[in-house]
Structures are given as structure tokens and as C-alpha cells.
Design a protein around this ligand. Structure first.
Ligand code: AR6
Length: 168
């Protein structure tokens, strides 16, 4: 079973096999964590993303796909597309699926360590307390060969919500 830990900081600085990106379906970059990961990965990651997109087309919400990381310290970036938060519709299932599919891809790649951001909890508007519960509960319930699962949170408030969800 994976050991889950929390870090307050910038996900692009993590020394892990895989960094998970909160992407959009187009896969070619955006704001938030996606922009930071693409800047850190440079032109080589942009090219890897272009090849991925040309091969698979738009990545649907709730799904994951990997590309090379370019100039980042990690070996691979696993892109997931979280759902936009809705008050009228329960979109927890696709958010859970982002974490499950990302871990399954890590297993295929043979990755032993992975850093996740709080998927959907920024531009996509998901309340941090609920995003944290879903992230932690889903990873706990997923069987994986990954040994080190790290949630990398931007800011104290996000860190505190994940800490509560983890029970630490
Ligand atoms: N390291 C760790 N966490 C970060 C970093 C970072 N460098 N930068 C932001 N966060 P978001 P989403 C936090 O908006 O809600 C993009 O345009 C941030 O504070 O990155 O899934 C994509 O292309 C928040 O807590 O992702 C999509 O269009 C969390 O990461 C859309 O945004 C996620 O915020 C995806 O929106």
C-alpha cells in the first residue's frame, strides 16, 4: 500500500518519478498548475504533449494520459482532466477516476513515486475541503505498486484541508 504524505509547496520542484498535471482536454497548457508544469518542462514537454494530443485527440474529463516531462526533474507527466465543479450535479465520480487512472498509469510506467496537485480545486472551482476528501479517500481505496504518493499543495489553507482529510 502506498504511503501518503503532504507537502506545502510547488509541484514542479518535487523529485518524483511522475508529476500529475491538472490539465484541460486540449492538453496544450493553461493556467494554474498546468502552466507551471509546461514552463518547467520547456519546449521538449510541449512537443511531447503535441504528439500525445495528435495520437489520442482531446482527453475526456475523468481520464488520464502520460507524456514525457521534458526539462522537469521527473520522468513523466500524467495529465488528468478534472471536472469543473457544479452545485447541481454530482461530479465526484470523474474526479475520483482522475486519481484512479493516474495511479494505474503510474503502475504501467513502473513509477514508484508520484506527486499530485489538488485536481479541480483551482480554476475549476471545486471546494478544497471536498476536493481533499475525494483525493485522499480515492488514493487510499486504490490498489497500486506506487510506494510514495505525495500531495503537493499550494498554500496553507489547502495543506490544512488535506491534513484534516488524511487525519493527521
Ligand atoms: N504547485 C502545486 N499546486 C499548484 C501550483 C503549483 N505550481 N499551481 C497551482 N496550484 P488549477 P484545476 C494549485 O487551477 O482547478 C488550467 O488552466 C492551485 O492553487 O491548476 O483542475 C488547466 O489547463 C489549486 O489548489 O487546476 C485547466 O484548464 C490546484 O493546484 C484548468 O486550469 C489546482 O488548481 C484546471 O483547473
Amino acid at each position: 500500500m502506498a504511503e501518503i504524505s503532504l507537502v506545502q509547496g510547488d509541484i514542479v520542484e518535487q523529485e518524483v518519478d511522475v508529476v500529475v498535471n491538472a490539465a484541460n482536454s486540449g492538453l496544450m497548457g493553461g493556467g494554474g498548475v498546468d502552466g507551471a508544469i509546461l514552463r518547467a518542462g520547456g519546449p521538449a514537454q510541449l512537443e511531447a504533449r503535441r504528439k500525445l494530443r495528435d495520437r489520442i485527440g482531446p482527453l475526456p474529463t475523468g481520464h488520464a494520459a502520460w507524456s514525457e516531462a521534458g526539462d522537469m526533474k521527473c520522468r513523466w507527466v500524467v495529465h488528468v482532466v478534472g471536472p469543473v465543479f457544479s452545485r447541481n450535479e454530482n461530479r465526484a465520480p470523474p474526479l475520483e477516476s482522475c486519481y484512479r487512472e493516474a495511479l494505474a498509469l503510474c503502475d504501467e510506467l513502473g513509477a514508484k513515486s508520484v506527486a499530485f496537485p489538488a485536481v479541480s480545486a483551482g480554476i475549476y472551482g471545486w471546494p478544497m475541503d471536498s476536493a481533499a476528501d475525494i483525493a485522499i479517500n480515492t488514493v487510499r481505496a486504490t490498489t497500486t505498486d506506487v510506494e510514495d504518493v505525495r500531495f503537493v499543495l499550494f498554500g496553507r489553507a489547502a495543506y490544512d484541508e488535506f491534513s484534516r482529510a488524511l487525519g493527521t
